[in-house]
Design a binder for this molecule. Structure first.
Ligand code: VTB
Length: 332
């Protein structure tokens, strides 16, 4: 009995959900072979190669809408690249083969291999610019937070809704100079701040599991493509998110316009960042609060993956012991 009878694309998606796990598992294993070696680019390329190889085995007519860059910047997984066998559902593919390349290179917590697959034309084709983001997990009244309110107003509203003191809220912010004023404002409230150096896809996802992650809300500026992928996950798990592209130069505005962005000031709601049915998979590369990193144990390789599905709201945590190392195409 299908969980979404009658909608063929979702039925195929149901089958494909676990296929996405294989894609991020292979990218994570490839990157993990270079964990802690100080080689950001090599680790990223290893993940890109592995993800692309596996993506091209999937029975999909996939188009990369979020990838490694524009066609002239990235040889692989560039925006517009076709992936999959070409037979099967027409889908948008958003990839970050190694989210947190520096975290991987330094073997610091929180790097992942992540991708999203959505109905064609439903993920915001975000240019590679910054995005102002705010996000909270499920269970709060609609509109509890808003990009056009101050951090103080948003955190105070969240604390009240959660039934805790403002100082009991933990805010995740990227540790960047652009956030100095934001951090000072949050500190003035007595809140906790989880500063991360990189990896704000998981930074947003942490808000959906505050019990495990210790994070209640994400506020700040990160990359727009990462914001769209994170929005895909929130669409599956539940939660609220807004994003506004930061198009502060004519060049960025023109680049965004060419990608279909009509209003450069637009505040995107969650369902505008990731509109359709979407599946998101993330495999841990280095250990983090929600995902273990890859473990190499003699002839066995262990991976842990979270996979989310919007059609059913199902969240699966898949721990895998891989004994056939050949499938990872690992050099000796
Ligand atoms: C952001 C964040 C990403 O890189 O793009 C960050 O969204 C780069 O930020 O998750 P800066 O330009 O300020 O360095 C990541 O952390 C990793 O790709």
């Amino acid at each position: 009995m299908s969980d979404v009878a009658g909608k063929p694309s979702l039925l195929i998606e149901r089958v494909l959900t676990l296929e996405l796990v294989r894609v991020t598992e292979r990218a994570a294993v490839a990157a993990s072979r270079l964990r802690g070696r100080g080689k950001e680019k090599a680790a990223d390329q290893a993940a890109v190669d592995a993800m692309r190889r596996e993506l091209n085995t999937l029975p999909i007519d996939g188009t990369v809408v979020i990838g490694e860059g524009e066609r002239d910047e990235a040889p692989m997984l560039f925006i517009g690249e076709k992936v999959g066998t070409g037979s099967g559902p027409k889908v948008d593919i958003a990839v970050d083969p190694l989210e947190g390349t520096t975290l991987c290179a330094k073997d610091m917590p929180g790097s992942i291999a992540v991708m999203a697959m959505a109905e064609g034309g439903t993920l915001l084709a975000a240019p590679d610019v910054y995005m102002s983001k705010i996000a909270v997990g499920p269970g709060y009244p609609a509109g509890i937070v808003d990009l056009d309110r101050s951090a103080t107003e948003n955190i105070t509203a969240l604390a009240s809704s959660k039934g805790v003191e403002v100082r009991d809220i933990t805010v995740l912010v990227m540790d960047r100079p652009r956030h100095d004023a934001l951090i000072a404002e949050i500190r003035s409230l007595g809140c906790g701040i989880r500063l991360i150096t990189d990896g704000d896809i998981m930074g947003v996802i942490y808000t959906t599991m505050p019990g495990e992650s210790g994070v209640d809300i994400y506020i700040g500026i990160g990359a727009a493509p990462e914001g769209v992928i994170a929005a895909g996950a929130l669409r599956c798990i539940g939660g609220q998110m807004q994003g506004r592209l930061i198009l502060d130069t004519d060049e960025k505005r023109e680049r965004a316009r060419k990608m279909g962005v009509a209003d450069p000031e637009k505040k995107y709601e969650l369902n505008e960042l990731a509109r359709g049915d979407v599946v998101v998979a993330a495999t841990g590369v280095t250990d983090g609060p929600l995902l273990k990193g890859v473990r190499f144990k003699g002839d066995t390789i262990e991976t842990e993956t979270l996979v989310w599905r919007s059609a059913t709201g199902t969240v699966r945590r898949i721990s895998a012991e891989h004994r056939n190392r050949d499938k990872f195409h690992l050099e000796a």
